[in-house]
Design a binder for this molecule. Structure first.
Ligand code: TEU
Ligand code: CA
Length: 537
């Protein structure tokens, strides 16, 4: 364990700054708000805080459209606040991971403003073309917007023009940005949509239901080259790490990015397990099928060199609403999901609010949603003549705003005294930090215990993974190191289930406060963590 890096043995907590804590009551979360909650995070036991973008941005996509990489969004504070955050975090032994968005900038970035002049030296910072091709974007629809005589490429919103990585100046600019932040003492980057940054050609793509054209920019050799350069020129000079967000990757494509000898990234967020409850694309959800889900997780555990484990983030519905039960078995299922996420092999990522079991937003009408993607999809579905009640239903299930509602600190919210930028869920009266902290049986208290168990266990950090049983709703796997086996038993259903095998050993943790293994009925959403010594021969 001595050689294990903090980014392997530590626990990462994702903050969505806009929704975490508002310090000045303008309704928008901010850096001073985060600083005021550092003790809370320390107490929970996390090591690394991943901040979704806090850079200067017009907020078309809540900060994933950056207009100045070397400055802070004034809504969130100043560079002084940011320095203070890094410093105060460090004093508590907490590390900051920044979001690095280098596929695109904001259209309000000075580079892009100058790039609009076809004679400017910034013209080639972006991708301009006389005629658009047939590509379709991540937020649906065309990926080309016309300015003057030419069109520029945007795989996301038209306020997010794609950078031209064929231009060596982009490499210099990005290295400069990375060095700027690493010198401030941050612990690395979460690299946004990193496996699509290099466009090999701009030819028409094979017609597809989603993302026509992706074969020209997904997992390209050019991308690997860029990552190798960023690693050797920048990252290798610091004690820091990278986690890439990689859309649509297979385990093979992931390994090509993370195997140590590749010298590219340290780990990636894959999406396959997040796609088991959908047909073709995320707006068409099917009923959650635990077996499919567990099979995918188990495959990644065995095939990927290292995993970045997560069950939710700012782009996904809330995990307890999606994979658990946010009503009757709210507490049990939230704890069961925590057990899954924190006992797998890899680095665990906790999304803000999951530690108290925050649920999907309670939006009623479509105008309560703020997310650009939600509104783009609504417009598209409307054009396709989907009736309003169906659109509302689809959006309610899948909108990214489900995860973005403000953090529920107290019975009456506690996020702001002003008007929150996005509606606070009314269930803050029963699901909130205040109550969780007081209750030794709360979801938060369970997370805290689980985190301590994980941090103390070499087996959970470095042990090998082996699936022991997978059938319908029951998932049992073990982690083994030397002569110790830690077994995770999960019932992912609302029903009582008989133990499919017998267990012996000590119970490390149970979400029903189970004292022994003699009762062979697994209760709804029950999870048990069992430790056992074995004789080596
Ligand atoms: O997300 C990339 C991504 O592919 C999706 O998860 C995306 O959010 C969307 O749901 C597609 O349907 C990253 C960021 O996490 C996201 O917030 C940004 O909007 C996006 O990149 C663009 O920067
Ligand atoms: Ca504020």
């Amino acid at each position: 364990m001595e050689n294990t890096k903090l980014w392997q043995k530590g626990i990462v907590y994702q903050i969505y700054p806009r929704s975490f804590m508002d310090s000045n009551n303008d309704g928008i979360g901010d850096i001073q708000g985060i600083i005021s909650k550092l003790d809370y995070l320390k107490e929970l036991g996390v090591d690394v805080i991943w901040l979704s973008p806090v850079y200067k941005s017009p907020n078309d996509d809540n900060g994933y459209d950056i207009s100045d990489y070397l400055d802070i969004n004034p809504e969130y504070g100043t560079m002084k606040d940011m320095d203070e955050l890094i410093e105060k975090a460090a004093q508590k032994g907490l590390h900051i991971l920044m979001d690095l968005v280098i596929n695109h900038t904001s259209d309000e970035h000075p580079w892009f403003i100058q790039s609009q002049d076809s004679k400017s030296e910034y013209r080639d910072y972006y991708i301009w073309k006389k005629e658009p091709n047939n590509w379709t974007g991540f937020f649906s629809g065309t990926t080309w917007e016309k300015i003057g005589d030419e069109y520029y490429l945007h795989l996301f919103s038209k306020k997010q023009p794609d950078l031209n990585w064929n231009n060596p100046k982009i490499m210099d600019e990005v290295q400069n940005i990375m060095n700027f932040w690493l010198k401030k003492g941050i612990y690395g980057f979460r690299c946004d949509v990193i496996n699509i940054i290099y466009k090999t050609s701009l030819e028409d793509g094979k017609k597809s239901l989603v993302l026509t054209g992706s074969e020209h920019y997904h997992s390209q050799e050019g991308c690997h080259k860029i990552l190798k350069t960023l690693r050797s020129e920048v990252m290798d000079h610091y004690d820091a790490f990278t986690v890439g967000e990689t859309v649509l990757v297979t385990t093979k494509q992931a390994n090509d990015l993370i195997l140590p000898e590749r010298k590219e990234l340290n780990m990636v967020f894959a999406f396959e397990h997040m796609e088991t409850d959908q047909i073709n694309n995320k707006w068409f959800k099917t009923k959650f099928n635990p077996n499919k889900f567990m099979k995918v997780i188990s495959k990644w555990q065995q095939e990927a060199y290292w995993n970045a484990n997560y069950l939710g983030n700012h782009d996904q519905p809330r995990s307890v609403s999606r994979y658990g039960d946010d009503q009757k078995y709210h507490s049990e299922s939230a704890k069961m999901l925590a057990t899954l996420n924190l006992t797998l092999k890899g680095t665990p990522y906790i999304f803000e609010g999951d530690e108290i079991g925050m649920t999907n937003g309670d939006f009623v009408s479509l105008d309560e949603y703020k997310d650009i993607e939600t509104h783009r999809i609504n417009a598209l579905l409307k054009k396709m003549l989907f009736p309003q009640f169906i659109r509302t239903k689809m959006i309610k299930k899948t909108s990214r705003d489900n995860a973005r509602t403000p953090m529920q600190w107290t019975k009456d919210g506690g996020f702001t005294q002003g008007t929150p930028w996005l509606k606070v869920n009314a269930n803050t009266s029963t699901i909130n930090v205040e109550d969780n902290l007081k209750d030794s049986n709360s979801i938060y208290s369970y997370y805290k215990k689980l985190i301590q168990i994980r941090k103390k266990s070499k087996t959970l950090i470095n042990g090998s993974f082996k699936p022991l049983y997978m059938n319908k709703n029951i998932f049992i796997f073990s982690r083994t190191l030397d002569n110790e086996i830690v077994t995770t038993v999960l019932n992912m259903s609302k029903k009582n289930k008989k133990f499919p095998m017998m267990f012996t050993g000590d119970i490390l943790l149970s979400n029903y406060n189970r004292k022994d293994l003699s009762d062979i009925i697994l209760k709804p959403y029950e999870s048990i963590l069992i430790k056992k010594k074995v004789q080596n021969d």
